[in-house]
Design a protein around this ligand. Structure first.
Ligand code: ADP
Ligand code: MG
Length: 310
């Protein structure tokens, strides 16, 4: 590693450890983490590539925040408590202003959950950012996609479609009330507390990164079940409702990605014990496939979206 790279790691990415599991952090060939007795390590990686996953004009603070948020969202969906991350940075040049802002955004979210940046890699090339996140989950308690059961209720946290609207705005849609949608697109809030709160209650869980229809579809496929959703129950913000009224694009909140809300299935009995803000949107059924009741008509989901029954 060149001295310049070494210095930039020291300057921007070396902090004192705050997580109880960190034994050795940045500076050696590997970092060392302690996994407490009775726990399993949950591990995930997400990469973001310029012009593929983000626009060139995004603010570096937002990029640092979102890169961590999307990884924490994966931990949340398994019911894992975040612990540590590694960071692989590939950049065309060393721009210390950019790096300082990127680190600010990243550590703002990391500090909220006492997450340590324990290592990484730095190289030159087209702007590509990867985080590997590690978390703890009590043995056999992780929320898996394959655990949905017939009769489970289907819930989502938060609102759907705001990030999708944010993307439409970036692509030129001129609506009112755009601030919240853009915020949700640029800086999604990983549902870490919610994931921990439902860990002992929910059956299956996934985070909504590619749209409800597709991500719930993963749960259905892995669990070998189907589902029926009630469109009227899907939680949407005023801005999304306005967008749909204006464009007629009623599917957007179901197929647009980047919301990073949790979608989980849970027995009605356990659902009565839920103590987080979330909305019941449907039920798991034996018949495979994803069905949606909208205006008293049942429509079926396939690859191109929702379609009326033939
Ligand atoms: P090695 O050659 O053994 O892979 P490096 O020279 O790449 O080590 O990195 C030196 C140290 O700096 C290692 O502890 C590594 O984990 C850490 N590191 C490198 N890049 C980053 C980064 N972007 N963020 C955090 N730590 C980093
Ligand atoms: Mg290296």
């Amino acid at each position: 590693m060149a001295l310049a790279e070494f210095n930039l790691i020291k300057q921007f990415f070396t902090r004192s450890a705050q997580n109880k599991c960190t034994r050795l952090s940045v500076g050696d060939d590997c970092a060392l983490l302690a996994v407490p007795e009775g726990y399993e390590l949950a591990i995930t990686t997400d990469t973001m590539v310029e012009n593929v996953h983000f626009f060139s004009d995004v603010r570096p603070e937002q990029l640092g925040y979102k890169l961590l948020a999307v990884n924490l969202s994966d931990l949340a969906s398994m019911g894992a408590e975040p612990m540590a991350i590694t960071l692989a940075l590939t950049m065309p040049e060393v721009d210390s202003g950019w790096l300082a802002a990127f680190a600010d955004g990243l550590f703002a979210l990391a500090d909220k959950y006492q997450i340590d940046l324990i290592g990484g890699d730095t190289s030159s090339g087209p702007l590509t950012l990867s985080i590997q996140a590690m978390g703890l989950v009590p043995k056999n308690q992780a929320l898996k996609r394959a655990a949905a059961r017939v009769g489970d209720l289907i819930y989502v946290t938060g609102y759907l479609g705001d990030a999708g609207l944010g993307l439409k705005i970036k692509q030129g849609y001129a609506g009112q009330n755009t601030q919240q949608a853009l915020q949700r697109f640029n800086m999604p809030e990983p549902r870490v507390e919610e994931g921990l709160a439902i860990r002992s209650l929910a059956n299956a869980c996934i985070d909504i990164s590619d749209g409800l229809a597709q991500d719930l579809g993963h749960i259905l496929k892995c669990s070998k079940v189907g589902a029926r959703l009630d469109y009227a129950q899907i939680p949407m913000s005023e801005a999304v409702l306005d967008y749909m009224l204006e464009t007629g694009d009623w599917q957007m909140p179901l197929v647009a990605g980047d919301d990073y809300e949790l979608c989980f299935t849970i027995t009605p009995e356990s659902a009565s014990k839920l103590d987080i803000s979330c909305t019941c949107i449907g039920i798991i059924e034996e018949l495979p496939g994803l069905r949606l009741i909208r205006n008293d008509v049942c429509v079926n989901f396939n690859k191109s979206g929702f379609e009326h029954f033939a």
